[in-house]
Design a protein around this ligand. Structure first.
Ligand code: PLP
Length: 434
């Protein structure tokens, strides 16, 4: 069969359909999903979410450290701009699918200001409906059956399933030690046939909070050129960092634009998660590929949102920095509280999560999922079990910093109480482990 697709179906001259009364009784109608849907596992956080929902319906005050969904509002100036722009009747039609020019220009000037990176807003930047949409459609643009992507492990689900939905295969490499990650990338490229086509990186990393320094990306570019790898850097936590650490942009590495792109978002640092504003920037061919796919799937973002996003990028840098301070304060409360309970936790340098090892004796006694269910059932604290991010996350919990300091102190007290030796269930677990 030819690879070329002919969209013009020739006219056919079919005979008239039989009278409906002669049709046999139809069998029960069956919906048959495409095989790509069958490749998706059951949603790992389903058990936690349904218990959380039941508890809330029953009136329980659950402290939710599960999802990284910012709970603070955007800067008032941004909300005001959205209101004004939504009142302008000229903003309600379809907008430009790749984002209005001034928005892409604003992204280019932020890259220049913050990272010293020059980008052409016309060919090297595209706006997306949140970075997750852009990322998954980029996978569709680059990958097909037989193609392999290298991803970090444990993994943010779309890093795995964006590739799977594009019919690709995945090699997941341990993200904890950046040098080890890079040598594993080189080893995989040397030994896997056919070679991986795409390298997906994500720093600051979700869920593990691993971070890197700028020289990491210099090596990424070198490996990408050596092995013909296209690079996608998910830079969702670019704007959330602590103690003076500034997460480096992949695009600031020399030659990065030759080999890859970077996704950024306004969901996290700007508290605009529900607005669905993200960007892809870098290699012009990859940006064009994403634009082609998006041109078939969507008509772009509501123009009023794009206009307000310009104001956010241009005028609210100080608010974004303050928001990092807020997360830093919450991080300190949560990490010191958990350490007082005897947990082994490292304070993250960036991102919105604490990645905490499940303490003994529970780590040896139950799955991370069961431990998370216990904290929710008995302690009214919802967390994400690490196993939701692949097998490498087993033994860890991801706790997000979206509740305020007071609620985080309360969460630590409730966790402490639910794990205390006098508590039902805790005694038997503790004694069987000793
Ligand atoms: C690593 C990472 N990438 C992408 C996203 C998605 O962000 P967006 O809201 O821009 O789609 C998230 C959201 O949690 C994330 O943690």
């Amino acid at each position: 069969m030819s690879d070329t697709f002919n969209p013009d179906t020739p006219n056919i001259d079919a005979p008239a359909i039989d009278s409906p009364t002669t049709d046999p009784e139809p069998a029960e109608f069956e919906v048959k999903m495409a095989s790509r849907v069958d490749r998706l596992p059951p949603y790992m956080f389903g058990r936690i979410n349904s218990l959380l929902y039941q508890k809330r319906c029953a009136g329980d005050d659950v402290i939710d450290l599960g999802m990284g969904n910012p709970s603070d509002p955007p800067d008032p100036v941004v909300i005001q701009k959205l209101t004004d722009a939504a009142s302008d009747v000229g903003n309600h039609g379809y907008s430009k699918s790749n984002g209005i020019t001034n928005l892409r220009r604003e992204v280019a000037s932020k890259y220049h200001r913050k990272y010293g990176v020059s980008l052409d807003p016309e060919g090297e930047i595209i706006a997306c409906l949140g970075s997750k949409e852009g990322f998954s459609h980029m996978c569709l643009a680059l990958m097909g059956p037989g193609d392999t992507a290298i991803i970090p492990s444990p993994y943010f689900p779309v890093h795995m399933y964006g590739v799977i939905l594009a019919s690709g295969n995945v090699v997941a490499l341990d993200v904890a030690d950046p040098d080890k990650f890079l040598s594993n990338v080189a080893y995989t490229c040397e030994n896997l046939t056919p070679r991986p086509k795409v390298l997906i990186v994500n720093y600051p990393h979700n869920p593990s909070s691993a971070v890197i320094e700028a020289d990491f990306f210099v090596e990424v570019v070198r490996l990408a050129k050596k092995y013909g790898l296209m690079v996608i850097h998910d830079f969702a936590y670019a704007d959330v960092a602590f103690d003076g650490y500034v997460p480096p942009s992949f695009l600031s590495a020399p030659g990065a634009k030759d080999v890859g792109v970077e996704f950024t978002t306004m969901s996290k640092g700007y508290n605009m998660a529900g607005w669905r504003v993200g960007f892809c920037a870098g290699n012009a061919d990859m940006v064009r590929g994403l634009g082609t796919i998006k041109g078939y799937y969507d008509y772009g973002m509501f123009q009023a949102i794009q206009i307000a996003a310009i104001v956010a990028l241009r005028e609210t840098e100080a608010t974004v920095l303050q928001q990092s301070q807020v997360y830093q304060g919450r991080r300190d409360v949560l990490v010191s509280g958990l350490r007082r309970l005897g947990w082994n936790v490292n304070p993250p340098k960036a991102g919105m999560f604490v990645w905490a090892e499940v303490p003994e004796p529970w780590k040896s006694q139950m799955s991370t999922m069961d431990f998370a269910m216990k904290l929710l059932e008995e302690g009214n604290v919802a967390v994400s079990p690490g196993s939701g991010f692949g097998a490498a996350g087993e033994g860890y919990l991801r706790m997000s910093l979206v509740e305020n300091e007071h609620r985080l102190r309360q969460a630590v007290r409730q966790i402490g109480k639910c794990l205390s030796p006098g508590r039902k269930g805790a005694d038997s677990v503790a004694s069987s482990a000793s």
